[in-house]
Design a protein around this ligand. Structure first.
Ligand code: AMP
Length: 213
């Protein structure tokens, strides 16, 4: 089963993707994570996209489509979760063609609906363990009181360079301008289901589970 998690920055796509990976053995393909990894390791592509990402703008279709194309041959018996991809109509078309060429298809597109007002507070509150990548949020899932990651015991936590109010405004604008048309695109294809992304993490998880069966 291959699915897309669609929603603005801070909707909880990454959190839900990680749960699906653990529960269903699916493979998460997050173009944001891939781009951040390229940025951190200082590859030519990573250096090229760094400024664009920090400002909250979209990286070119060509780059992200290339990143996804490279991953589709990976072993994924449980299916792929596309997280943060596609973000433009051109990316959506490319994903359809890529899957088609592998004899695969998309099963569900899940739109995670949230109010814009909560996004700023959610995003400026989030951090990740520097050792294992476990996500935390000061509001919904704070770092344990002993200051150690509950998964690996690491004590270094990072905040994303683009998780600030200025970048978020640009990211939200990019979402409404370039990505939200995908809601209509997948609705017309009969693939779209919307879930309430404002409830507790476990409640959102159960709404998604109901869709996937
Ligand atoms: P994310 O982790 O999904 O919030 O992505 C972080 C940043 O990476 C975005 O603000 C963009 O700069 C870039 N990015 C990630 N995925 C895409 C995509 N599918 N298309 C264009 N830019 C992307």
């Amino acid at each position: 089963m291959n699915i897309i998690l669609l929603g603005p920055p801070g909707a909880g796509k990454g959190t839900q993707a990680k749960i699906l990976v653990e529960d269903r053995g699916m493979v998460q393909l997050s173009t944001g994570d891939m781009l951040r990894a390229a940025k951190t390791s200082g590859t030519e592509m990573g250096n090229k996209v760094a400024t664009v990402m920090d400002a909250g703008q979209l990286v070119t279709d060509e780059i992200v489509i290339g990143l996804i194309a490279e991953k589709l041959d990976d072993d994924a018996a449980g299916g792929f979760i596309f997280d943060g991809f596609p973000r433009t109509l051109a990316q959506a078309d490319a994903l359809g063609s890529l899957l088609n060429s592998k004899g695969a298809s998309l099963d569900y597109v899940i739109e995670m609906q949230v109010d814009d007002e909560v996004l700023v507070s959610r995003i400026t509150a989030r951090s990740t363990c520097g050792s294992c990548g476990e996500g935390y949020n000061d509001l919904s899932k704070p770092i344990p009181a002993n200051g150690a990651c509950s998964k690996c015991g690491g004590t270094d936590f990072n905040r994303r360079a683009d998780d600030n109010e200025d970048s978020l405004k640009t990211r939200l604008m990019a979402y409404y301008k370039d990505t939200s048309p995908l809601i209509g695109y997948y609705y017309a294809k009969g693939m779209l289901t919307s879930v309430d992304g404002l409830t507790e993490i476990a409640q959102v998880e159960s709404s998604i589970s109901k869709v996937l069966g």
